[in-house]
Design a protein around this ligand. Structure first.
Ligand SMILES: Nc1ncnc2c1ncn2[C@@H]1O[C@H](COP(=O)(O)OP(=O)(O)OP(=O)(O)O)[C@@H](O)[C@H]1O
Length: 649
């Protein structure tokens, strides 16, 4: 660590000098001191620092925040060292994703601890990046070598990209040159591991456009040659000049977008266009991901375009028809975790991404949103799955007992310590520890926990020796840890140490589309437990449930169903004993709620096909064949989505 090269960007000479002394004494190499952005950029080119310490106000017109944006693009980690500034400046600085923030005047220790944590976090991310790259290369090669058709291969590739660049709708195609035929393959996500293939013929049905009309729209597109992302506002502007994108956005309720052009041989470019129904899904870090994704994607695209049967190739629909492209993995790793909203699916994607890595995970979210459930899944999907998973609720223990619970004690260590006690960390050796409500941990225990994380060893209370532990930490909290840190109740260094991979659990009111499935799930459980034959909940009761704001989230919903199952005398819950708030109007529904849901998208897709086929499902000219689905699958989807069998007749 001592050999790390640090660049100091600071216009106050005395402070720069103090910093330089602190760093050199600690064994770092200070490769330069710059007092302006221009000078810093010159030194970065010359010395290639590993890390930059950065003041916000510098000489010249450009600020440290301007430099930070450049550093982000160059993937050089940095920490701000700045005097307290106004909130706007601090917010802008935060948006540049610094690895730490040290406030002037600082102590030597503040700088060194911040740097130590920042280096750890950056290293961890780099390792993840490298692992990710290797994983993708391997996966792309496996997909290419597999015996499936190209549509399936494209679908598999799309699914592989999902954790890195989330999407609910993906289109893949080349620049359109002729108006006769339209070649663009689309995938609509309809479940965790379930995607609907939309081939040109199906898109024609759904959008009510002819082949040559779609081709003309595509020709008029002005595809970017650089990876670019668009939030809702920018996307609204983009669709004004992109007629095909407008059509897709209107049809599928798409609100944000990321374009990834992938170069292939002969100057050809294959466009991977990612879309989301949420307004702000794509962020600068996704562009950074694109850099990682390009080599394996380019190899894949190259191989695909070389084949005559590629779905993106020139003449006619000359590719093999694959009956069932929408794929569902044999066993869903999230079985029992109910919900299909895209906010929950994004959580699942993150879990799949982080589970195999060994880094700490911080699960954030209101009480009852399912943080524990997700923590347990991360462990179950990790290489540590056969080792212990130990859960401890930091809020449920009196302060005096926390250290003994976590780290254990020796016999006689304190009054009442009649026996040696093995702490949770020791019990979890080789496995995972889930620290629930970590925000409640007293400051003193926080320092001990930090030591365990840094040194990977514990000391039982009253013990003389240290014990090596190998434990993965998953922490959860319903508190705003940023605020806890700002108010001095949570250690900044511990926060940075555990906040390597945050996962945000959405509150239930932001994913109301999951309420019917959750209600049904709990209804079945409690009907069985109580021995009652209850078949469902009336639409009116469901409707009122979907308008409630659920402060207690899923736990509250579960309790409510349990109570009402016990109370009802009917075989249908038609008159729920609702808490009084339930009848109150919801003050403000979050924006996501009004957005078209994935379920709506799939429904529209099926309805359009049924209409086109005059309600016919089976056989030639039937909706199942048009949608490229086995009729039985279509039937069960219709049932799930509440579509009448005679629709379109
Ligand atoms: N998606 C889901 N499907 C089914 N059950 C769920 C789901 N999410 C949570 N639950 C259930 O809801 C209850 C609360 O979940 P959990 O304890 O994981 O929440 P939590 O966020 O950890 O809560 P707290 O912060 O209060 O500890 C549990 O009974 C859990 O099994």
């Amino acid at each position: 660590m001592g050999s790390k090269k640090i660049l100091i960007v600071e216009d106050e000479f005395i402070i720069a000098d103090v910093l330089s002394n602190i760093l050199e004494t600690a064994g770092y190499e200070v490769c330069g001191i710059a007092d302006s952005v221009a000078e810093a950029l010159g030194m970065i080119t010359r010395f290639k620092p590993d890390f930059v310490l950065l003041d916000i106000y510098l000489k010249g017109r450009q600020t440290g925040i301007d430099l930070a944006k450049r550093l982000g693009q160059m993937n050089i980690p940095f920490i701000y060292i700045s005097a307290n500034s106004n909130q706007k400046v601090l917010d802008d600085a935060k948006l540049t994703n610094p690895y730490g923030f040290v406030v002037k005047p600082f102590r030597e220790k503040d700088v060194l601890v911040a740097l130590d944590i920042a280096i750890y976090r950056h290293q961890n991310q780099l390792e993840q990046g490298v692992r990710q790259n290797a994983l993708l290369q391997k996966k792309a090669a496996e997909i290419l070598a597999s015996a499936q058709g190209w549509e399936q291969k494209l679908l598999q590739m799309g699914k592989t990209l999902q954790p890195y660049i989330p999407f609910e709708f993906l289109t893949v195609g080349q620049q359109q040159t002729a108006e006769q035929a339209f070649y663009e393959i689309c995938f609509l996500r309809v479940g965790f591991d379930e995607y609907q293939l939309i081939r040109p013929t199906e898109l024609m049905v759904i959008t009510n456009r002819k082949q040559n009309e779609l081709a003309a729209l595509k020709i008029a597109e002005n595809e970017s040659v650089m990876a670019t992302w668009y939030d809702e506002q920018e996307f609204n502007e983009l669709v004004k000049r992109s007629p095909l994108k407008k059509l897709l956005a209107d049809t599928y309720g798409l609100r944000s977008h990321l374009q990834l052009p992938v170069p292939a041989a002969d100057g050809k470019i294959c466009h991977f266009n990612f879309y989301s129904r949420r307004p702000d899904v794509y962020q600068p870090e996704h562009l950074a991901q694109c850099g990682n994704l390009l080599p394996p994607l380019a190899a894949f695209t190259e191989a695909m375009l070389r084949q005559a049967d590629s779905p993106l190739q020139g003449a006619g629909n000359n590719y093999a028809v694959v009956r069932e492209v929408s794929a569902r993995e044999a066993s869903n790793p999230f079985n029992g975790i109910i919900g299909n909203s895209n906010l929950l699916l994004t959580v699942f994607d993150h879990v799949m991404q982080v589970a195999p890595a060994d880094c700490s995970v911080l699960i954030l979210g209101e009480s009852g949103t399912g943080k524990e459930r997700i923590g347990e899944r991360i462990h179950a999907l990790s290489p540590r799955r056969d080792k212990p998973y130990i859960r401890i609720n930091c809020a449920a223990l009196p302060t005096t007992l926390i250290d003994s619970e976590l780290f254990g004690h020796e016999k006689g260590a304190f009054t009442g310590a009649h026996e040696r006690k093995i702490g949770k960390f020791e019990q979890a050796h080789g496995g995972t520890i889930f620290l629930d409500e970590i925000g409640e941990l007293p400051l003193e225990s926080q320092s001990k926990l930090l030591r365990v994380l840094q040194e990977k060893e514990i000391e039982r209370i009253g013990g003389r020796s240290t014990i090596k532990t190998d434990v993965r930490i998953i922490a959860a909290t319903n508190r705003n840890l940023d605020k806890e840190v700002a108010e001095g109740r949570f250690r900044l260094d511990l926060f940075y140490r555990i906040n390597v991979f945050p996962i945000h659990m959405p509150p239930l009111r932001d994913r109301i589309e999951d309420i019917p499935a959750l209600a049904d799930h709990f209804l079945k459980i409690y009907a069985r437990k109580s021995g009652k034959d209850i078949i469902g909940i009336t639409p009116a009761v469901l409707e009122s449930m979907m308008h409630y704001h659920w402060p207690g989230n899923i736990r509250e919903l579960e309790n409510m169903i349990e109570r009402n199952v016990l109370l009802t005398r009917d075989n249908l819950i038609s008159n729920m004993a609702l808490p009084t708030q339930l009848e109150q109007p919801v003050v403000a529904m979050p924006a996501t709620v009004s957005a078209i849901t994935m379920r709506d998208g799939e429904r529209a897709h099926i309805l359009a096909a049924l209409k086109k086929c005059n309600g016919k499902i089976w056989g030639e000219g039937g909706a199942a064949s048009l949608l490229n689905l086995p009729p039985t699958t279509l039937n069960s989807k219709m049932k799930k989505l509440g579509i009448r069998k005679d629709y379109g007749v």
